[in-house]
Design a protein around this ligand. Structure first.
Ligand SMILES: [Zn+2]
Length: 367
C-alpha cells in the first residue's frame, strides 16, 4: 500500500510537472477546472458568508461579511497612491452593502498590509482594531516610526493584541451554523492542543529562521459550520511549520489564501499536504509574489481543484500561472482592479468563487 501511495504521488507529480513543462495551461487531470456553469448555486447574500479578495497590487486586503451582516477586514493594502487601496476597499464594501468595518485585523507591520489603515479610517468608520502587539522598532522597515505612528494615530492607541487560541467575537445568524474566527498564530507563537497524532506529512527539513515581521503575522482560521478558510498572511515557513508539525493543530481547510502573496519561502509542500485545500486564492501583484515553485506545489497537492490569482504574474510563463479564466487581472496596464469573490452557502455545503473580471462563478463542495 505504501509503495502504491508513493507511486501515485510520483505519477501525479510527474503529470503536473509535464503539464507545466509542455505548456498546456489547462492543467488537465490535475486541476479539476469545471467549465460548466450549470452547478453554480444561486447566492442569497442575505444568508451567505461572503469573502472579497480586494486587488491591492501585491498587498493584502481581505473583506469578510458574515451571514449576520458583521464585517471583518484582514489588512488594508498599501498607503499612498492617492489613497488607492483604501478607495478599493470602500468600493468592495459598497458592493457588499456595508458602510463600516466592525473588526479590522492588521496581521503585521509591513506597509503592504497596514500602510492603508489611516487612509481607510478617514473614509469609513472602523469599530475595533486587532494586531500582534505593540512594537517599538522594526529592523526591516527604516520608516517604521513614521508608519507605526500613523497607525497608532488612526487607532487612537486602542488595539487588541491577539494571541493564539483567541477568537474575534462574531454573531451567528438565525438559521445559519455557528461562525468562529480563531487566531492560530500571532507574534511567532502558534496554537496548540488541536491535534495529538503525528502528522505523516512532516519532513525533517529545518527552515531558515526569519527575523522579519512576517514571522509575527497574525494567522486566522474562519469557520462557518464545516467550512474552513485559512489566512496565514505572510507567516514564515519556520513558524507555520509549528502549526502542522509534529501534529496538525488545525486540520484540513476548504479555502486557503496563498501565504505571502505566493512566495516560495512559505506554502511549502508539507504545509499544503497537511491543509489539503480545495481552492486557493493568491493575492499577488503583476510583479510581486506568484512564485512558480508555489504554483507547482499547489498543483501537486492532492485534493487541490483550483488556483485563483488576483493578477497574472507577468514575469513568469503562462504555464506558471493559472489559466486566464481564473485570473482577475490579466494585464499590468490598465489595471482595472478586479476582485475575486467567494460566497459560502452552508445549507448547500458549497462555496462559489467568482472572478470579478469575467463575472463567472464556479461552485465547490465542502470537504
Ligand atoms: Zn505582504
Amino acid at each position: 500500500m505504501r509503495l502504491r501511495g508513493i507511486l501515485l504521488v510520483l505519477t501525479l507529480s510527474l503529470l503536473c510537472l509535464t503539464t507545466l513543462a509542455v505548456g498546456k495551461p489547462d492543467f488537465n487531470g490535475i486541476w479539476v477546472m469545471d467549465k460548466s456553469k450549470a452547478d453554480v448555486i444561486p447566492v442569497d447574500h442575505k444568508r451567505a458568508l461572503d469573502i472579497y479578495f480586494v486587488d491591492v497590487e501585491g498587498g493584502a486586503a481581505t473583506l469578510i461579511v458574515t451571514p449576520a451582516g458583521e464585517s471583518v477586514l484582514i489588512d488594508t493594502g498599501w498607503g499612498g497612491f492617492d489613497g488607492r487601496d483604501a478607495k478599493r476597499i470602500r468600493q468592495a464594501m459598497r458592493q457588499a452593502g456595508i458602510t463600516g468595518i466592525d473588526h479590522l485585523v492588521v496581521t503585521h507591520y509591513h506597509r503592504d498590509h497596514y500602510g492603508g489603515v489611516a487612509e481607510l479610517a478617514g473614509l469609513v468608520p472602523i469599530k475595533r482594531f486587532y494586531d500582534h502587539g505593540k512594537m517599538s522598532s522594526l529592523t526591516d522597515d527604516p520608516q517604521f516610526a513614521e508608519r507605526y505612528g500613523a497607525y497608532q494615530a488612526a487607532t487612537k492607541g486602542q488595539t487588541t493584541t491577539l494571541k493564539p487560541g483567541d477568537t474575534i467575537p462574531l454573531k451567528s445568524a438565525a438559521g445559519a451554523p455557528p461562525i468562529k474566527l480563531l487566531c492560530v498564530a500571532s507574534h511567532s507563537a502558534v496554537i496548540s492542543g488541536g491535534g495529538a497524532s503525528a502528522n505523516p506529512a512532516c519532513t525533517p527539513d529545518a527552515p531558515d529562521e526569519d527575523s522579519s515581521d512576517n514571522a509575527r503575522s497574525v494567522a486566522l482560521l474562519l469557520k462557518l459550520g464545516d467550512f474552513e478558510f485559512l489566512n496565514l498572511a505572510d507567516l514564515s515557513w519556520n513558524v507555520s511549520k509549528r502549526i502542522i508539525c509534529p501534529a496538525n493543530q488545525i486540520g484540513e481547510v476548504d479555502l486557503y489564501q496563498v501565504t505571502h502573496h505566493g512566495g516560495n519561502i512559505n506554502n511549502d509542500p508539507a504545509l499544503l499536504r497537511s491543509l489539503r485545500p480545495t481552492v486557493a486564492v493568491m493575492i499577488n501583484g503583476p510583479r510581486k509574489g506568484g512564485h512558480p515553485d508555489t504554483v507547482k506545489w499547489l498543483c501537486e497537492t492532492p485534493s487541490f481543484k483550483a488556483l485563483y490569482q488576483l493578477h497574472r504574474n507577468i514575469q513568469t510563463t503562462a504555464e506558471q500561472n493559472a489559466p486566464d479564466e481564473f485570473i482577475a487581472n490579466l494585464d499590468e496596464q490598465p489595471d482595472e482592479s478586479y476582485m475575486i469573490m467567494v460566497s459560502v452557502d452552508a445549507a448547500k455545503r458549497a462555496f462559489t468563487v467568482t472572478n470579478g473580471r469575467t463575472k463567472e462563478g464556479r461552485t465547490y463542495q465542502f470537504k
